[in-house]
Design a binder for this molecule. Sequence first.
Ligand code: GAR
Length: 195
Amino acid sequence: MKKRVAVLISGRGSNMMALIEAAKAQDYPAEIALVVSNRPEALGLARARAEGIATAVVDHMVFGKDRQAFERALDAELQKNRIALVCLAGFMRLLTPWFVNRWSGRMLNIHPALLPQFKGLDTHRRALAAGVKEHGATVHFVSVEMDDGPIIAQQAVPVLPGDTEASLAARVLEVEHRLYPQALRMVAAGQIRPA
Ligand code: GAR
């Protein structure tokens, strides 16, 4: 039985599309059963709908400062759709320990850096400023600390002379689109569990 996966997005959803594409393979151990956005205008929603995938919007603005109320609504959506695994894919909300613990070992995130380097935002700009020779992407289980938690897969790219934030981001994104489907495959097949 394929694992039912929800992909959580906030924006364009290119990693979401990579997961949707990969999950079309017959032998892929997961199916993308739901896409949820916290932003009604996220471009990825239309892309998911065009693929015939169920979508939902849980708009965090509606809940004001009550992060748990937002997360209860999100959780209800996941339960309703009998979701087994959650993939954060450019989902730009910090989650509280309540939600993280509820999905512990069943929630993955992709981060555009070689963790534990460059947690947080603007990773490509910071990598260039730091003068690192290698940058990359990481898929990890989500834990209570931001951009932390057991690493599932990681891949490096070179930082090249003359790189800009945009050129480096594009090189990393290509890697992300391969890495996330591989990582989800391993987790859905039960080959990797959080420590
Ligand atoms: C991706 O590069 C992802 O790694 C990053 O946002 C982008 C989303 O693009 N995520 C984070 O920075 C999370 N901290 P996408 O919507 O095209 O997948």
